[in-house]
Ligand binder design. Sequence first.
Ligand SMILES: Nc1ncnc2c1ncn2[C@@H]1O[C@H](COP(=O)(O)OP(=O)(O)OP(=O)(O)O)[C@@H](O)[C@H]1O
Length: 456
Amino acid sequence: MDYVTEYPHSYMDRRPKKRPRLDWNPSHTPRAQSGIYYGQEVGNSSSYVHSRLLPDHDNIYVKGLAQKGSPPWPIPSILFSLNFIPVIADKILKKIGEGTFGQVLECWDREPKEFVAIKIIRSIKKYREAAMVEVDMLQLLGRYDRGGSRCVQLRNWFDYRNHIFLVFEKLGPSLFDFLRKNSYRTFQVDLVCEIGRQLLECIACSCMICVSSIRTLSPNILFVSGDYIKMPDYKGTPWSHRDRSFYKRLSKSSSIKVIDFGSAAYERPDHNYIVSTRHYRAPEVILGLGWSYPCDLWSVGCILVELCSGEALFQTHENLEHLAMMERVLGPLPSQMLKKVDRHAEKYVRRGILDWPEGATSRESIKSLMKLPRLQNLVMQHVDHSAGDLIDLLACHRSGHPFSPGTDSRGYKRGCILVCHRSCISFSYLYCSLKVLSYLAFLRVEDIVSEVMCLL
Ligand SMILES: Nc1ncnc2c1ncn2[C@@H]1O[C@H](COP(=O)(O)OP(=O)(O)OP(=O)(O)O)[C@@H](O)[C@H]1O
């Protein structure tokens, strides 16, 4: 029996249709694209249904798909014909993610016998194009990310019925899912340090191929494994999130990887459109001053604080308030930066300084902003030991100003190389690396590569 053609369409998409959807019968030969690992010919093997995993085909449904309706369901039988078996848990197809570009299914790949995450891209031109950029970038990143230890590994990809399928290694939960499931209990400072180091390695790799910012970094950092242990604990949960749980989860492994390069961009001098998830957005992005790698570093800083405190650092949806929060936590924005703003952002600046509190939308906004602690105090509230190092790292204290990183490269290059090659690293190395990466952003890519190569 062909599982796919038996599927009850009425479950999936009740919107009126002009014409029936194409089915996903593998007898239609799809357009095959070169895979990275397997180079499989798409649609050349017989359809396969794993009877143990799919015990009752007619009753299997996929949570939440009726509203979305894209990519076309039922489950594309091309997956079976390529020996990817969608994982079914309790009659619900295991959909492990959903984003702008499509949906992600957990599957079992029978060939190398491993779980994979298959991202099925919507059949919309701009998403298809973004998927191809992602493929391109991941292939290039693979050259620099030795052993595939920082960026998610693309196992294969193919184009079928106008949908691009990206087959990735299966990773664990995102840092933020982990934080949420742990009732927002903070991560230990050593783990935060380790995560910071790995994120910098990832950015260092992307510097090498001119990827000018990963941009949607924040929710796209996944633990490599979802394994954890439970420990009795009642400390470390922010008051706003305290619940009755006396246990906290400790991830068994600190390894992380970055996924989703669909929005990454190659280096160009004129990037000035808005990027990054709001809470992790750098000041130069908000002010429309153009951006490059340093805006990823800004995001890394915000993420590290959030992992230490359990709460997003800049919780706002308004530009002026966001900039005012930055000044409150880190000190005044540099005057050179404010002088450069053009007509799009000039409403936030008056006579060379931020138009705050005059420009605030409400008294509540001013009041709640006043409650924000300075970075130093915030870190000390949450971190028992190494607080000073962490503050130095986050605020670039030793260089003078938090918003002007990378003015002096003396002694910092070796720090960067240590990051790239996973040698021993401490907070101060991490600090050096932050500075180096910011500094490198102003160098030509060939220069960066030759710097690295001569130290190998
Ligand atoms: N390799 C993977 N292993 C495990 N889960 C994954 C993997 N890739 C993606 N996911 C899950 O699927 C979700 C969506 O993936 P992804 O961010 O790549 O999709 P997207 O459509 O590009 O999302 P966005 O709207 O953020 O751009 C992720 O947040 C994650 O939970």
